[in-house]
Every structure is written in structure tokens, then in C-alpha cells.
Design a protein around this ligand. Structure first.
Ligand code: BGP
Length: 476
């Protein structure tokens, strides 16, 4: 049997993409609440257009999302029906601390997550909790300017302290920052960063990155102190870069593009900045403050496992002509179109073998257990007259990736803790804010304009995944 007996099968979501109830029960305003739908979305996420409150000219998909806040029992029952062993979800920081650094937590927020975890336990589903999934309190952006300010570390630790203490015994697996490297690509989304006129963006980004990395290390240490059973992981938006050609210039380019991402996990897994990192920052005119105390903190707060999202590999080149042929996919990671790969309806290229390459690179680099916490296919599903939804493309995508994951475990001998596919239930797309970019096994009746009953129904893939879990991955 390839997959170990206790393999954690499940699905992953994020608070802002499914909870809704954005201003209910004392919740404060967060970055994700002010990221609009439509053409301004990307500008806001990238930190080049300021939006620190909602206005009447925009709509905001996170406000209602799929209203998991009021449907969680029904949704968890469906996850349980598929046999989930784990459910990855995130905490909305401002549901717990409405201003981001309040001295006392919002009891209603604490209670909500306790109810969710208790519901999960009822079905023996192990929660896997992302502490921060693209979620910075607006109050802290107004007060400090987001993660470019070192005081964010203490605010984050306040949140962690509440979580580790309140949910001790209920939650064992934690991730500190979702796709921590996203900060370099979508800085408002990743770190609440808004650039000032004339500011060196690299300086701002690396300063914020340093603060998140120190905060992450402190959180790991605190989690272990509060409960030695806690297992804490880092989380990377992964996907190996391929050189477009064997021209050494291309190979070197791809190598360095990978380093820009591994930069984060190198610190989180090894507890120190890699030697080349300071040179890299120097080249960009950036530098960070790193005291002896900071270095100690990083060393003491290395993660227990490496988690990552994998949707696709990426391809790069140094040739101008080739560079113009970008894929139309993930706007956060613009890459060259790889002629050997097919793509999803949203232009995200599909490369199952790339998952094996990525897993091997990560394991060679860190020799820590891996956890694939996001992987899946966004597609525009069609409902038949009888209400059924046939989504063989989703099954094909995931089966191909799981077959490769089997090889990673069986042929490469790499320890893998689990697999939580992205979006077991349709939810708001992070990049586009759409509903129609659906990942789920469970359909949610809601369209891009926000219309629909929010009713849930099972797609064909629901039954497929149930079987996968039942047979522990033997039948794919
Ligand atoms: C990752 C994020 C998720 C999720 C996923 C799919 O970057 O961690 O939040 O949304 O990508 O992306 P999208 O929703 O843009 O299709």
C-alpha cells in the first residue's frame, strides 16, 4: 500500500473565501473584506491601489462568500460523508481580535471556531489550521502600515497565544502563513502592504518578509511550549521553475526564480537565512534588520513539516521573444507558456509530474515530512436538468496528481503526511473573486453576481473522492 495507513486525506479552504459574515458578531475589518470583485481587484491585491474601506462602487465577494459561518454543520457533514480525515481551514484574525491587537479576544469569534473544531471532532476529522491566510487586520494597516512594521510581530503573537491556549487539545496541526512567498507577488494580500510614492518596493517587501519570518518562528516556539503535541508547518506557493531551454542563461534564471520562493522556506525550515539571500537583497537595494536575538529566534522556531500548494510548474527564459509568450494563467506568478503542457480554462498549466519534481526538490532541501495542502482544478461546472454535475476533468486532474504522489511516497521514499485538495466545496476564487471558478466536490448555488440559493449539492467527483479515501488511494 503506497499511502501510509494514517495518511491525512482531506480538503482545504480559507476563512475569507468561504465564511462570509464579514461584519457579524463583532468581527473587525480585514484586507480580504476590502478586496473588490472586478478590474480593480488585482491593483488592490498588489498594493498599488488603496482601498482600506468598502465603497458603493464595488462589490466584495468575501462579505457573504458561501456563508460557511452559518452552514458549517451541513458542510462538515458532507466532508465527513466523503470520509475526510482532515480539514484545512483558516482563522479570520479579526474575528478573534477585531482590531488585530486587542487585549481581550472577541468571545463570539473564539466560540465560532470552537464550535467548528468540536463539530470536526465529532466525525474524527483532524483540523489543520492556517493561522494567517491572506488576512491582515485593517486597523493594523492604519496603525502600522501592515507587515512592514516590526510591531506586527507582537500583534500576531497575541493572536497565536489566544489560538494555542483556547484550542489546546482540539487542534494539533497548524500552519503559520499561507503561501508566505505570495508577499513578493501580491503584497497587500500577503502582508497588508501599500506602497508610498517613490518607495523601494523590494526594501518594503523584504522588510515585511523578515517580520513574517520572525513572527512565524516565534509562533512555532510558542505552539510547542503551550502544547508539545502541536505540529507546525510552513506553507509555500510551490511549483518548480523550468528553464525554457538548455541555454545556461535560462537554467540560471530558473534556478534563481526558485530561490526567490525557497528563500522563505529556507529560513523557516533551517532557521537561518541562506548565504546568498543578503547578496540578493543588496542587488535589489534592500536590506533587513536582523539582530543576534532575531537570529536566535529563527533558529529556535524551525517548522516540523513543510506544507505547500501545488497547482502547476512554472517556466522561464531569458529570451525576450520567449518571454512574450506568457501563459494566461496565475497572474501572481506570470510564467512562460510551456509548450508541453495543457492548461485549465483559466490558463493554469497542468503538470502532474511537476508535483514529483517539486516534492523531491523540497525534500532534498529540507529532509522534513511534506504535506500537500492545496492542489486542484478550477473549472466552470455545468448543472444538468436533473441537478447532477458531471466533472470528469476534475477527477482526471486530481487522479493524475495523486498517481504521481503515490510515486513520491513509494518510489522516492519521501514521507508525506497528507493531501488536502483545494476547495472541497465551491468558494470564492482568491485571484479573480469569481464563484464560477469552481474547485469543489460540492457545488454551491451562487454565481459571480452573488445570486443563488447557496444550496449545496454533490458533484460526480464527490463520489470519486469518497472512494479514493475509502481505499486509501488504491483506487484512483
Ligand atoms: C492559492 C491560495 C488559495 C486559493 C488557490 C486557488 O494561491 O492559497 O487561497 O484560492 O490558490 O486560486 P484561485 O482561487 O485564484 O483559483
Amino acid at each position: 500500500m503506497a499511502f501510509p495507513k494514517n495518511f491525512l486525506w482531506g480538503g482545504a479552504t480559507a476563512a475569507n473565501q468561504c465564511e462570509g459574515a464579514w461584519d457579524q458578531d463583532g468581527k473587525g475589518l480585514s484586507t480580504v473584506d476590502v478586496i473588490p470583485f472586478g478590474e480593480d481587484r488585482f491593483k488592490v491585491m498588489a498594493g498599488v491601489m488603496e482601498m482600506l474601506e468598502c465603497d458603493d462602487d464595488h462589490t466584495y465577494p468575501a462579505h457573504e462568500a458561501i456563508d460557511f459561518y452559518h452552514h458549517y454543520k451541513e458542510d462538515i457533514a458532507l466532508f465527513a460523508e466523503m470520509g475526510f480525515k482532515t480539514y484545512r481551514m483558516s482563522i479570520s484574525w479579526t474575528r478573534i481580535l477585531p482590531n488585530g491587537d486587542d487585549d481581550a479576544p472577541n468571545e463570539k469569534g473564539v466560540e465560532f471556531y470552537r464550535n467548528v473544531f468540536t463539530e470536526l471532532k465529532k466525525y474524527n476529522i483532524e483540523p489543520l489550521v492556517t493561522i494567517n491566510h491572506f488576512d491582515t487586520p485593517i486597523a493594523l494597516i492604519k496603525k502600522y502600515g501592515g507587515w512592514k512594521d516590526r510591531r506586527m510581530i507582537d500583534a500576531f503573537l497575541k493572536l497565536c497565544k489566544v489560538l494555542f491556549a483556547e484550542y489546546k487539545g482540539l487542534v494539533k496541526y497548524w500552519l503559520t502563513f499561507n503561501e508566505i512567498n505570495m508577499l513578493l507577488h501580491l503584497p497587500f494580500m500577503g502582508a497588508g502592504i501599500l506602497y508610498k510614492e517613490g518607495e523601494n518596493k523590494d526594501q518594503v517587501n523584504y522588510t515585511a518578509a523578515n517580520h513574517e519570518l520572525i513572527a512565524s518562528a516565534k509562533a512555532v516556539k510558542l505552539a510547542h511550549e503551550i502544547d508539545p503535541n502541536n505540529m507546525v508547518g510552513c506553507m509555500l506557493a510551490a511549483g518548480q521553475y523550468y528553464p525554457y531551454s538548455c541555454n545556461p542563461d535560462d537554467v540560471w534564471e530558473a534556478f534563481n526564480k526558485d530561490r526567490d520562493n525557497y528563500f522563505f522556506t529556507d529560513v523557516q525550515a533551517r532557521g537561518e537565512y541562506p548565504v546568498w539571500a543578503f547578496k540578493r537583497m543588496e542587488e535589489l537595494g534592500a536590506s533587513i534588520e536582523l539582530s543576534e536575538e532575531d537570529k536566535k529566534v529563527l533558529k529556535e522556531g524551525t517548522v516540523d513539516f513543510i506544507s505547500f500548494s501545488y497547482y502547476s510548474s512554472r517556466c522561464t527564459s531569458t529570451d525576450e521573444k520567449v518571454l512574450n509568450q506568457t501563459d494566461s494563467g496565475n497572474a501572481a506568478f506570470k510564467a512562460v507558456k510551456n509548450p508541453y503542457l495543457k492548461a485549465s480554462e483559466w490558463g493554469w498549466q497542468i503538470d502532474p509530474l511537476g508535483l514529483r519534481i517539486t516534492c523531491n526538490t523540497l525534500y532534498d532541501r529540507y529532509e522534513k515530512p511534506l504535506f500537500i495542502v492545496e492542489n486542484g482544478l478550477g473549472a466552470n461546472d455545468k448543472i444538468e436538468a436533473d441537478g447532477s454535475i458531471h466533472d470528469p476533468y476534475r477527477v482526471d486532474y486530481m487522479a493524475a496528481h495523486l498517481k504521481v504522489l503515490k510515486d513520491v511516497i513509494e518510489k522516492d521514499g519521501i514521507p508525506v503526511l497528507g493531501y488536502t485538495m483545494w476547495g472541497p466545496i465551491d468558494l470564492v476564487s482568491a485571484s479573480t473573486g469569481e464563484m464560477k471558478k469552481r474547485y469543489g466536490f460540492i457545488y454551491v448555488d451562487k454565481d459571480n453576481e452573488g445570486k443563488g440559493t447557496l444550496g449545496r449539492s454533490r458533484k460526480d467527483s464527490f463520489f470519486w473522492y469518497k472512494k479514493v479515501i475509502e481505499t486509501n488511494g488504491e483506487e484512483l
